[in-house]
Design a protein around this ligand. Structure first.
Ligand SMILES: [Cu+2]
Length: 400
């Protein structure tokens, strides 16, 4: 009787085990291939995981290589060549005074298609406005904190302790005037310096400050600003999305048009939080690198520059052959999670065949750029001269 009971119990147990495995299998199937086949769930770029490249996670994150954002609060194309020279006046000593208004405010921004992140911003966008002055100018920043947390503006460069944006934190509703002489010439980051610093930075409170040399102008060039950043959208101190100028993969859909044989000058700043390094790689070319922009003579000819957070430089190059060229982080993980873009070199005599590019002809990366139906077909004349006068407002209702 005892043996029979053990046998029966064993059989019941075996059935239960089989049932459990069967159940597990069904659950697994429902959660993976079958469901994806039925619902056409996409492989994600930028999903969180420990590996490299496109991570296949829950399937509810849109691949930013295939889709584009639906909002314009972050406009990487406008940001690229937008230099704010401030409202200009001259003081009693004959010194040029450049006055800017910067407003800290909370804002939900679309950092990758369909991914909205509650950010803390300077003037409603990320990165914040590019502030530009000439060596020796007086820079005056009227800072208003309309956000829900205390903030400051900490500029890199030379200035007094009380203008350093560290010890005087500005409470919500508060104001502060930062005033200092722009020196030395170079390219600098500015950012909030309130603790916990990593959160105030990763939430988006940073931008670029350019000081032009006073006595010697740099050669004429197509100038642009690139800020490398990332977003930890699940707050585990690991970035889920990477970008240059605010939106993952933006310049894959909207290539940066440049002219053949024309000098391009990129003011590059790394503000990436959490990761130890970031870098920039230019395809099919080399660039002259001036670290921190504090020299008129380049330090290096290279095609990769690696930077830790806060590091920056000026990159100068030109292309001799028309066509699309990639630029991206040479930290492959970052590139595949959104830090990649395209430079489209145009020749005034033989414009790149937009229709052909969209069909995948002439393209070295057809799978990556053909998802976009408008990028190459739309002729967008960009100018970096329209924003050179001070005082104009380019930031959706915000003063600068
Ligand atoms: Cu802050």
């Amino acid at each position: 009787m005892i043996l029979i009971s053990i046998f029966v119990l064993s059989m019941i147990g075996a059935v239960l085990v089989v049932s459990s495995f069967s159940q597990l299998k069904v659950i697994a199937q429902n959660g993976s291939d079958e469901e994806k086949g039925e619902k056409n769930v996409k492989v994600v770029t930028g999903g969180h995981g420990s590996g490299y490249g496109s991570i296949d996670t829950s399937g509810d994150v849109i691949d930013s290589m295939n889709e584009t954002v639906s909002t314009t609060d972050i406009d990487p194309m406008k940001y690229l060549r937008e230099f704010n020279y401030g409202r200009v006046s001259t003081d009693e000593n004959g010194t040029t005074v450049r006055e800017y208004t910067v407003i800290a405010q909370d804002k939900s921004l679309e950092v990758s298609p369909g991914v909205f992140f509650d950010m803390w911003t300077f003037n409603g966008t990320v990165p914040g406005p590019t502030i530009r002055a000439t060596e020796g100018d007086t820079v005056r920043i009227n800072f208003l904190n309309n956000g829900s947390h205390t903030h400051t503006m900490h500029f890199h460069g030379k200035h007094s302790s009380e203008m350093d944006g560290v010890f005087d934190v500005i409470a919500p509703g508060g104001k502060f005037v930062y005033e200092f002489t722009a020196e030395p010439y170079g390219v600098f980051p500015y950012h909030c310096h309130v603790q916990p610093l990593e959160e105030h930075i990763q939430r988006g409170l940073y931008g670029v400050f350019i000081v032009d040399p006073k006595d010697t102008e740099r050669p004429p060039a197509d100038e642009m600003v690139m800020v490398m950043n990332g977003y930890d959208t699940d707050f585990d101190t690991e970035n889920n999305f990477y970008s240059v100028n605010g939106i993952s993969n933006y310049y894959m859909h909207e290539p940066i048009e440049i002219e053949k044989d024309r000098l391009v000058r990129v003011y590059l700043v790394n503000m990436l939080e959490f990761d130890q390094i970031n870098n920039f790689h230019l395809h099919a070319n080399m660039f002259n690198l001036t670290r921190s922009g504090t020299s008129l003579t380049p330090h290096e000819l290279t095609d990769v520059v690696t930077m830790s957070q806060g590091e920056r430089g000026i990159l100068e190059f030109s292309y001799k052959d028309p066509g699309p060229y990639l630029f991206h982080a040479h930290k492959t993980e970052f590139a595949e999670k959104g830090w990649v873009g395209t430079l489209l070199v145009k020749d005034s005599k033989t414009q790149p065949d937009a229709a052909a590019l969209n069909k995948g002809e002439k393209s070295p990366h057809p799978a990556e750029i053909n998802n976009n139906t408008t990028s190459y077909a739309t002729e967008k004349i960009k100018s970096n001269s329209s924003n050179l006068e001070g005082g104009s407002n380019h930031l959706a209702g915000q003063s600068i």
